[in-house]
Design a binder for this molecule. Structure first.
Ligand SMILES: Cc1cc2nc3c(=O)[nH]c(=O)nc-3n(C[C@H](O)[C@H](O)[C@H](O)COP(=O)(O)OP(=O)(O)OC[C@H]3O[C@@H](n4cnc5c(N)ncnc54)[C@H](O)[C@@H]3O)c2cc1C
Length: 430
């Protein structure tokens, strides 16, 4: 492939998980031409809840009501954590911008305030998160005030059991009840899938039949909970129709992954990319990345014959092991594209604690790339690998996003910080 035929962009984003999506959005909003390479990453498995930071320190599992107080504690106790390196005002602006973009694509979130919310999960545990889809918000108040509440599920839907939730929460929420109903039109189907039901509820007749089945079960309930399947692309309208039809607040509970809220989030982010003019290569991956002066050349596989593109800056948002940004053999962990040095435990036997459920987590889950203060990953000599290569999201070292409950926060905040650096550098460049 020749360089002459290569298409040129201001920014190439490697990765289409939460971090890659956020970086492409922020770059496009700053007027930079942008190409994004990669498939949906962990988004499909996400609950739709946007975690900022709930737990710090991880080993003590200290839960925080305010994510911003948690960020302040993180900055004191673990200043090398990537989230601690982004100033809180930027974190706030980044979240507001991200959520506004989702809203513009039809996926509405409750206004972001100062506090985390408590949300019921599909197994009856309580999750602490920050950004809550509007379709789930009524559940936050219902749980907090222990309101008389009816949970409804559907026979054949394996990924969600209202009975399990009620049994788990019964001792602390006596006014929580459950009922199981048939899903209209699917009475003869033994096994149901949330995504199919979500699509079916976008049909008015199916919706009205479902509401008619729930109404006689309401009793003293003043709020109704359902598995998260109130529409796929039209969740706001389907949710509003349920509230109007039942005459009560209605909330969704995320089901097990792959969940409808994850599908919605991915669909909304794809719409955002398209509306902002981001060029996408979802079926391609970067197989080679080289730098020459002020230009990066990326070779992609996926299309027949491959494709070569060039960019003035590159964002590496390729994730950890599940995203394939990092790969491990029996001895060590390596970064997959450039072979950048990975901060990791010195020996294989130090990767995991003896106890799988050790509250401190496992050292391997904090392995990743080290960067300078401008988010540029370091090479073996400890210097930035290239002046305009930036690393963001879960590929970064010194964080365990799953245990700290900061997955989206890490992705969105570091994307914002890196794009600020890129904008500054590209404007300074000739
Ligand atoms: C089970 C599960 C539950 C979750 N629940 C929540 C939740 O409740 N709340 C929350 O906030 N977040 C949740 N998340 C999402 C989480 O926030 C993000 O997945 C996490 O932050 C990692 O995002 P990332 O973009 O860094 O990496 P990933 O999501 O792993 O994305 C990596 C991307 O890089 C691409 N890539 C890798 N190598 C290449 C290459 N060579 N060329 C091109 N592309 C490449 C991949 O295709 C992928 O698009 C959940 C995720 C999972 C997996």
């Amino acid at each position: 492939m020749s360089d002459a035929a290569a298409k040129r962009y201001d920014v190439a984003v490697i990765g289409a998980g939460m971090a890659g999506m956020a970086a492409a959005l922020f770059a496009a909003e700053r007027g930079l031409s942008c190409i994004q390479i990669g498939s949906g990453g962990g988004i499909l498995f996400a609950s739709g809840l946007l975690d900022l930071l709930a737990v710090q320190p991880v080993a003590q599992h200290r839960l925080w009501q305010s994510p911003y107080d948690a960020l302040a504690a993180l900055a004191r106790e673990q200043p090398g954590h990537p989230l601690a390196r982004v100033d809180p005002a930027s974190v706030r602006t980044a979240f507001e911008t991200f959520v506004a973009a989702l809203r513009s694509a039809g996926l509405a979130y409750a206004p972001l305030g100062e506090r985390n919310s408590h949300v019921i999960t599909s197994i009856g545990s309580v999750k602490t998160s920050y950004g809550v889809p509007l379709t789930m918000v009524a559940g936050v108040a219902a749980l907090e005030r222990r309101l008389p509440c009816l949970l409804v599920d559907f026979r054949g839907l394996r990924e969600f059991s209202a009975r399990q939730i009620v049994e788990t929460l019964a001792h602390e929420w006596p006014a929580l009840r459950q009922q199981r109903i048939e899903f209209p039109g699917f009475e003869a189907v033994p096994e149901l899938y949330a995504a199919h039901l979500a699509r079916a509820l976008e049909n008015r007749e199916t919706r009205e039949r479902t509401i008619a089945l729930i109404k006689p079960l309401l009793g003293d309930a003043c709020v109704v909970g359902l598995p998260a399947l109130l529409g796929l692309g039209q969740s706001s309208a389907v949710h509003a129709a349920f509230e109007a039809g039942l005459g009560l607040p209605v909330f969704e509970i995320p089901t097990m992954p792959t969940s409808v809220p994850g599908l919605r989030l991915l669909g909304a982010l794809e719409a955002v990319m398209s509306a902002r003019g981001v060029t996408r290569r979802q079926l391609s991956s970067v197989c080679d990345l080289t730098f020459d002066g002020g230009t990066a050349t990326l070779d992609l596989n996926g299309a027949p014959g491959g494709e070569r593109i060039q960019a003035r800056a590159v964002v590496l948002a390729s994730g950890r092991f599940s995203g394939r940004g990092l790969t491990a053999d029996r001895q060590s962990v390596r970064e997959s594209i450039l072979g950048l040095p990975v901060q990791q435990p010195p020996a294989r036997e130090d990767w995991h604690q003896r106890d799988f459920l050790d509250p401190a987590g496992h050292a391997i889950n904090s392995a990743g790339l080290m960067t300078d203060e401008a988010w540029r990953p370091l090479d073996a000599s400890g210097k930035p690998a290239w002046a305009k290569l930036f690393a963001i999201g879960s590929i970064l070292a010194e964080q365990d996003w799953m245990r700290a409950k900061c997955g989206s926060g890490l992705a969105i905040a570091t994307a914002w910080a890196a794009v600020e650096q890129i904008t500054q550098q590209l404007h300074e460049a000739p």
